[in-house]
Design a protein around this ligand. Structure first.
Ligand code: PEP
Ligand code: MG
Length: 561
């Protein structure tokens, strides 16, 4: 038994493409010819500067690039690398690391946050330089044109954002959480993904690889016989998908006529085409921060209006739910510089950044309102913990509306909702419901905060359990508060796309579910087989159960299963 964890199931065949830090760890080589290493270093610095010069002309270029450019010219720094090459006969990559380590150790003792934050810039500089020094063409992963399986130590949002599922047939990474945002976006992209793979340094670039993220296997240099066996398996998978396609144009309704619309989660403009092919009945969550994940500067008003308008025009008259920027925690963007925190998931995240970044939220709300002339929209406030935070956002929305009116700028309808993902808000949902038009429950965070277990921990490390009675009790309270106040309540966390959990949520009385589009047809089929009256009757009993097995057993006992 290996320790691999399938994050996105499926099969992938392609050539190995090792990216990120795996190739960035130079080992020490005592060189006979230091001059050669000095030339390698000079050449790498030249190439590095040339590339940066092209980017620095871009008006949106960022301080970080300017800082890195300055580093590549800093004679003292360059001399210190050369010193190691000449006196210690080190290879260029190793000498660079040693010289950098010295600078990093000095910076890390500074009491000044700004200076300490420059460590990241040093590391980015190092990363880029290592590609050049090792003679590895900097892989422009946005332009991969062959079938590849990407190997990397830690999957992050920035890498993922650039991977094109048309060519990236699989992802293999080291131990990582399946509820991290990177895992969630891998699901969104539908790229077969395995986490928890150790000995990543045994992979070689360009070797043929077969990834089985169903049985959790990795086969290097597969034989023709193996490949044809997997072609057969792939075609069986396709058959299952074709069967599900018969649900594409159906609405989602239980066998006794109870309607539960299924909405899609979205995190990039590319997801729009998925929305149509997966038969979504609207969009229940647009993670807007991910639409701009690589922006160096805050997105401008017009840019946002245009992007939001494109989405609205494609989806209206179905529900469209934009969430305000949910930054912080494990989501960082270059366009705002957040301080490093000891416990980022408990710190400045989501709407807690509202007062410090008022302009950012003001522009976003204005852009959403201006785009709403193309169709009604829902606005979702992330990471709310108190009523005050909701009131403040509503106030700003009203201010922006007044300003638009004053300038004769039209806007359409905007429903305002809150993410329920912090226990304090879940417990007071009955007090919040009268203030808003809808609830959306973010179980990914609600579970982490209720069970005090970091969502970025790996499965082995954390104790999070979506079936824990505390979670079911909270969900029940939130859903009941919404129902009593006649506002819709959706669940947009990962568990909504698990059939049995969808049953549980429906039993508790949820109005809609929102999930990665790839799972919509599977869940629609599941719901078509459910009997709402029967399952809804189980609610009181479910609330009394103390463990996952009992809850699952009761849910599977439904007549439809
Ligand atoms: C959640 O917390 O469940 C959620 C949907 O938001 P995110 O995963 O983006 O934090
Ligand atoms: Mg969340």
């Amino acid at each position: 038994m290996n320790s691999y964890v399938s994050v996105v199931s499926g099969y992938g065949i392609g050539k190995t493409l090792i990216i990120d830090d795996l190739i960035l760890k130079p080992s020490l080589k005592i060189v006979v010819n230091p001059n050669k290493e000095l030339m390698i270093l000079d050449q790498a610095l030249k190439t590095f500067r040339k590339e940066l010069e092209a980017k620095l002309h871009d008006p949106s270029s960022h301080d970080v690039l300017a800082f890195q450019y300055a580093m590549s010219l800093d004679q003292e720094f360059i001399d210190s690398i050369k010193h190691y090459i000449i006196t210690k006969k080190m290879n260029a990559g190793y000498a660079l690391r040693i010289a950098l380590d010295y600078y990093v150790s000095v910076l890390s003792t500074s009491k000044n946050d700004y200076i300490r934050d420059r460590i990241d810039d040093f590391e980015s500089f190092y990363e880029r330089m290592m590609y050049v020094i090792q003679g590895i063409p900097f892989i422009d992963i946005t332009h991969i044109q062959d079938d590849v399986i990407v190997i990397l130590k830690t999957l992050n949002l920035h890498v993922l954002n650039q991977l094109n599922p048309m060519y990236v047939k699989g992802i293999i990474a080291g131990a990582q959480s399946v509820t991290s945002h990177a895992a969630i976006i891998a699901k969104q992209k539908g790229i077969p993904t395995l986490f928890g793979v150790d000995q990543l340094d045994t992979f070689e670039n360009n070797e043929p690889l077969l990834l089985d993220a169903i049985e959790n296997l990795i086969l290097k240099n597969p034989t023709t016989a193996t490949l044809s066996k997997y072609q057969e398996k792939t075609s069986h998978l396709k058959d299952d998908q074709i069967h599900l396609l018969s649900y594409k144009n159906k609405s989602t309704v239980t066998n006794d006529g109870h309607v539960i619309p299924l909405l899609g989660n979205m995190s990039s403009l590319d997801d729009l085409s998925l929305m149509a092919s997966c038969g979504v009945e609207g969009i229940g969550l647009i993670r807007t921060e991910l639409l701009f994940i690589d922006k160096l500067l805050p997105p401008k008003l017009n840019e946002q209006v245009q992007l939001y308008s494109t989405i609205i025009q494609a989806i209206t008259p179905k529900i469209i739910t934009f969430r305000l920027f949910d930054l912080g925690g494990d989501k960082h963007v270059p366009f705002i510089h957040l301080k490093k925190e000891e416990n980022p998931l408990l710190g400045l995240r989501g709407i807690r950044l509202f007062n410090a970044y008022k302009d950012l939220f003001y522009t976003q709300i204005k852009a959403m309102l201006m785009a709403s002339i193309h169709g009604d929209i829902h606005l979702l406030i992330p990471m709310v913990s108190t009523k005050k935070e909701v009131v403040e956002v509503i106030q700003l929305i009203n201010d922006v509306k007044s300003e638009l009116l004053q300038h004769n700028i039209p806007y359409g309808n905007m429903n305002i909702g809150v993410m329920i993902e912090v226990p304090s808000l879940a417990l007071t949902a009955h007090m919040i419901a009268p203030l808003v038009d809808f609830f959306s429950i973010g179980t990914n965070d609600l579970i982490q905060y209720t069970m005090a277990t970091d969502r970025s921990l790996t499965i082995d490390e954390k104790i999070a359990d979506p079936y824990h009675p505390s979670i079911i009790a909270l969900l029940s309270h939130v859903i009941e508060s919404a129902n009593k106040n006649n506002i819709p309540v959706s669940v947009c966390g990962d568990v909504a796309s698990e059939p049995l959990y969808a049953s549980l949520l429906i039993a508790l009385g949820v109005s809609t579910l929102s999930m990665v589009p790839h799972k919509i047809l599977l869940i629609r089929k599941h719901i078509h087989d459910l009997n709402f009256s029967y399952i809804n009757n189980l609610k009181e009993e479910l609330l009394l159960l103390e463990n996952r097995n009992d809850v699952q057993a009761l849910l599977t006992k439904t007549p439809s299963n």
